[in-house]
Design a protein around this ligand. Structure first.
Ligand code: EPU
Length: 437
């Protein structure tokens, strides 16, 4: 059975190391396509989205090999300009291969990308920005062909600061003729990582980390070895878990400089935070304060990817909390599952969730519908009294290398149910064998 089994009700005590960042490594893998050479990517997480991206790169002629957490991409030969199938339609970040393919071979035919069901997730901003650079796009029902006669630098202003559209413009611009000025660029840390990778490989990019990027195209890129930073959303997920369940944890390598908004929220709820060069130390009380109001925002605001994990943590806080989702309109699907566990949550319009804290959650069988919502259900399971089964583990595996291992390191009774087992066959020690936190 594709599920996770949790025996909840105990606080978390322990330490775990934070994996490399999913949303940083995926565009870096796409960027390796621009380089007619061999790149080594270190600290690459073993997650299914990376596996899909590897398959996509291989399908167009790259040679990709993995040794532990190091991925080698040899993009000296590209033999295909067409991408289709589940690796494209099952993953949003396949769209970053659009800018990379235009930069490398000037043409690509691809299916529309898929990804988590968290909202409309259109790509018109990507396509319009690339049109300004001289790209012609022919769309049909299932996908499109994009062709750059000559890729030209341009002045582009994004209507909203989309992470994916920013990545696509950067990838095309480093290979374009002339200078591209990108206004209202996304400032997420993953954009900074992509720019640093390209700069180390020989690209000329100014304004990194700001909302205006100036990219001088046409510089020859060369192979490099590059290390992916730790994943701020994975670290944030474990932070929310200890806020929810109580306890004392240490998150080695947590990218604290990228986590300021999450740390502010954690302190508001009542956690004691200590930051060192090695990582993040959190002491949380089981009795936590409610959060009168928080909204998701683009970086450096509170991230939409942390919205569901925060909601799970707040279900047992003292008082009423309000979360407003401003980025993806469909990220409240988890509410139905949390209510099955005894949470008291009401929707106010489409964008606000009102969470009335309850004394405790009760374990039961719930179903993950997407990645971060799935991780949030695991948090709820750790907080809940009794046993919880979270179905659809595969959604969680898109972004978490081994969530069960990490929670076991933190003292949680969280176990994988093997795909061929019935629910009852969950492995791991019984509740009586575990020392309560
Ligand atoms: N948007 C448009 N038109 C477009 C593109 C985006 O209207 O052409 C809208 C979206 O509908 C959304 C907003 O712009 O309302 C922001 O979307 P954005 O393009 O920034 O998101 P993304 O690039 O599709 C990345 C991450 C997401 C993360 C968002 C926001 C990757 C692979 N994905 O998505 O991560 O939530 O930025 O920070 O980097 C996750 O990891 O679970 C995840 C969903």
């Amino acid at each position: 059975m594709d599920a996770i089994h949790i025996r909840g009700g105990n606080a978390l005590f322990g330490e775990t190391k934070i994996q490399g960042s999913k949303n940083a490594v995926l565009p870096v893998m796409a960027a390796a396509l621009l380089i007619e050479d061999v790149c080594m990517i270190e600290n690459c997480p073993c997650i299914s989205d990376v596996h899909h991206m590897q398959k996509l790169l291989e399908s167009i002629g790259c040679r990709v090999s993995r040794m532990g957490h190091s991925l080698t991409i040899d993009a000296r030969n590209i033999s295909q300009d067409t991408m289709a199938g589940e690796n494209v339609t099952g993953m949003r970040s396949s769209i970053t291969l659009l800018g990379a393919m235009l930069g490398r071979v000037g043409e690509v035919t691809m299916a529309y990308p898929g990804g988590c069901v968290i909202g409309a997730r259109p790509i018109e901003m990507h396509l319009n920005a690339l049109r300004r650079m001289g790209v012609f796009i022919y769309e049909n029902e299932s996908g499109f062909t994009a062709r750059a006669g000559k890729l030209e630098g341009a002045v582009i202003c994004l209507p909203t600061s989309s992470v994916g559209a920013t990545e696509n413009v950067i990838l095309a611009a480093v290979m374009a003729r002339g200078v591209t000025v990108l206004q209202n660029a996304a400032k997420e840390p993953e954009i900074v990582t992509l720019c640093e990778f390209l700069r180390e490989a020989g690209a000329v990019i100014e304004g990194i980390g700001g909302s205006v990027l100036i990219i001088q195209g046409g510089h020859r890129l060369h192979g490099i070895t590059f290390r992916i930073p730790a994943d701020r959303i994975v670290a944030g997920t474990y932070l929310m878990s200890v806020l929810g369940a109580g306890g004392h944890i240490f998150l080695e390598d947590a990218p604290v400089a990228q986590m300021r908004s999450m740390l502010r929220i954690a302190e508001e709820i009542g956690a004691e935070i200590n930051i060192s060069r090695e990582g993040l130390n959190v002491i949380a009380q089981e009795h936590k304060r409610a959060l009168p109001y928080v909204k998701t925002e683009v970086y450096p605001g509170f991230p939409t990817d942390m919205q569901s994990p925060l909601m799970a943590a707040l279900t047992t806080s003292h008082g009423v909390s309000i979360i407003e989702e401003t980025i993806f309109e469909d990220r409240f699907r988890i509410i139905r599952q949390l209510k099955k566990m005894g949470a008291c949550i009401e929707l106010r319009g489409k964008r606000q969730a009102v969470i009335m804290g309850v004394d405790s959650l009760l374990g039961c069988e719930v179903t993950a519908e997407e990645l971060r919502g799935g991780a949030a259900l695991v948090i709820a399971g750790i907080m809940a009294l009794g046993e919880t089964i979270v179905r659809n583990r595969h959604f969680i595996e898109r972004g978490y290398e081994d969530i069960c291992r990490d929670y076991q390191n933190l003292g949680g009774a969280v176990y994988t149910i093997p795909s061929d087992s019935p629910v009852q066959a969950a492995e791991g020690p019984s509740m009586d064998d575990k020392k309560s936190g």
